[in-house]
Design a protein around this ligand. Structure first.
Ligand code: SF4
Ligand code: SF4
Length: 477
């Protein structure tokens, strides 16, 4: 049988070729092989000199690929990937069930399904068939208390846990947040860090005072800079940015230290140009967002035109700027992915392949919806894994993990990205066990870009690698 190699050849910014091999998880700089990789992920050349003086044209890419593969294999830059690899989660089923009994890390409560905004990309806008829509349903006090009691039991071996209030707009239920924070601190064994997800429009002075008086409470506000009102508007379509900025300023004036310490900014963008707008905005206000994410547009929504070459070019410019300067916003944007590559396992692929980028259901996060049902997280509402009144359904959670790992074992067999992939349960459609093809395609494209950027960092700013060394791996999980 022919050896099977899982690898990629790509170029750094300088045009130097690099290879990444999934068997060894190793990247190698291929000096002297400039201009060999093609943007579609195939390895080919446009009539330039290939390895060992091969001269190839567009028409013999297959031939060229075989020659390139032989060359890489001869020099041991790539090694055959084992035929039979069992895909497993980071911990085995027995250990998982043991961990579930006391090591759960986070409780997220969907306090309400109501919101005073109607953001154009909101997953609850009705444009996403796999998600619920906005409604007036709030979580009943008894449901919330039961959720906390259950979480206290499931997290009892942890020294610190997180309690996240989520919505809709969680601050529509401010009184409940106060009560439940006190109740959680009474019930839980570990220190409780509280996060309130907010759209920033309903902040009263009493909220600031409570935060100032209560340790370890954080406000996570979405603030999309100059372009904020493009997507984030009130129900009647009116803009929200001015109100949010006014609220932020009030907090900063009343409690400057608290605002500095307890406000986390979150932002998201659809195009590369919007990311650049965000960069400038955050530079001006002198803050770095805690989280920068992409906007997932609803299917075929004319408000979100298909991304084009100009958008891609804007992203390329951002990467270049990152390489040329220590821009804090761009470090926050690009480095989480670079850190994952930097800290990848040095072990060779063996008979088992752990899923590094997938969370452990109910352990990473216990998500409770307004009606008391338990789900994986706020991004995926299927399947239900129990209820706060009847407890977590351990068997269903373990079965879900088994099915998912089995599906990926079939799916990922020939995928070069399998050791870096972070495709997760949220990338499935309802009823599907595995991720969508589109999620896989996007993942591979993104990883290829990340590898290219990492290779460029190695060449141009190797001193950053030392900084990467000091970031704890726990941060990456
Ligand atoms: S603030 Fe959040 S929940 Fe409300 S509409 Fe916007 S994205 Fe949706
Ligand atoms: S991108 Fe898809 S096929 Fe490739 S490793 Fe990830 S889940 Fe598997």
């Amino acid at each position: 049988m022919m050896d099977r190699y899982l690898y990629q050849v790509f170029e750094s910014r300088s045009g130097t070729c690099w290879s990444y091999d999934a068997f060894s998880n190793r990247m190698v700089r291929l000096k002297g092989l400039n201009g060999l990789s093609r943007p579609d992920g195939l390895n080919g050349s446009n009539g330039r000199n290939g390895p060992d003086g091969l001269n190839v044209s567009d028409y013999d890419c297959d031939f060229f690929n075989r020659q390139l593969e032989t060359y890489l294999a001869n020099y041991n830059f790539i090694q055959p990937f084992p035929d039979k690899v069992k895909t497993v989660h980071r911990v085995g089923e027995e250990e998982y069930l043991k961990l579930l009994d006391g090591s759960c890390g986070r409780l997220t409560l969907e306090l309400t399904q109501a919101c005073n905004l109607r953001c154009l990309y909101c997953v609850y806008s009705g444009k996403f068939p796999e998600h619920r829509t906005h409604s007036d349903q709030h979580m009943a006090g008894e449901t919330a208390r039961k959720a906390i009691e259950l979480f206290a039991q499931l997290s009892r071996r942890r020294e610190a846990v997180a309690l996240c209030f989520y919505g809709g707009e969680a601050l529509l239920c401010f009184e409940k947040i106060r009560e439940l924070t006190a109740y959680a601190r009474q019930c839980c064994h570990g220190k409780v860090f509280v996060h309130i997800a907010s759209n920033g429009t309903l902040w009263e002075d009493s909220l600031f005072q409570w935060i100032a008086d209560t340790p370890d409470v954080y406000l996570d506000v979405t603030l999309n800079g100059y372009g904020h009102d493009r997507y984030r508007r009130y129900m009647d379509g009116s803009p929200t940015l001015e109100d949010i900025l006014r609220n932020v300023r009030r907090f900063q004036i009343l409690f400057p230290d608290m605002a500095e310490e307890r406000l986390n900014f979150i932002c998201n963008a659809y195009t590369g140009q919007e990311v650049e707008e965000l960069r400038q905005f955050y530079h001006e206000i002198g803050t770095v967002p805690a989280l920068i994410t992409g906007i997932q547009a609803p299917d075929r929504d004319p408000l979100f035109p298909v991304r084009n070459e100009e958008n891609a070019e804007a992203f390329r410019r951002l990467r270049e700027r990152y390489l040329e300067s220590e821009d804090p916003f761009l470090c926050a944007l690009f480095e989480p992915a670079l850190l994952r590559i930097h800290h990848r396992s040095p072990a060779k692929a063996g008979g088992v392949m752990p899923l590094e980028g997938v969370c452990l259901p109910l352990l990473t996060n216990l998500y409770v919806s307004a009606d008391g049902n338990i789900y994986l997280c706020e991004k995926t509402e299927h399947p239900s894994l129990g209820n706060v009144f009847t407890g977590v359904d351990r068997r269903s959670a373990a079965a879900l993990m088994r099915d998912y790992a089995e599906t990926l074992e079939g799916r990922c067999g020939n995928c070069w990205a399998r050791r870096l992939c972070t495709v997760c349960y949220q990338d499935r459609r309802p009823g599907d066990v595995g991720p969508t093809e589109e999620a896989c395609r996007n993942m591979r494209e993104r990883l290829r870009e990340d590898l290219m950027l990492y290779a460029s960092v190695c060449e141009e700013t190797p001193e950053r690698l030392e900084r990467f060394d000091h970031v704890e791996k726990a941060y990456l999980l």
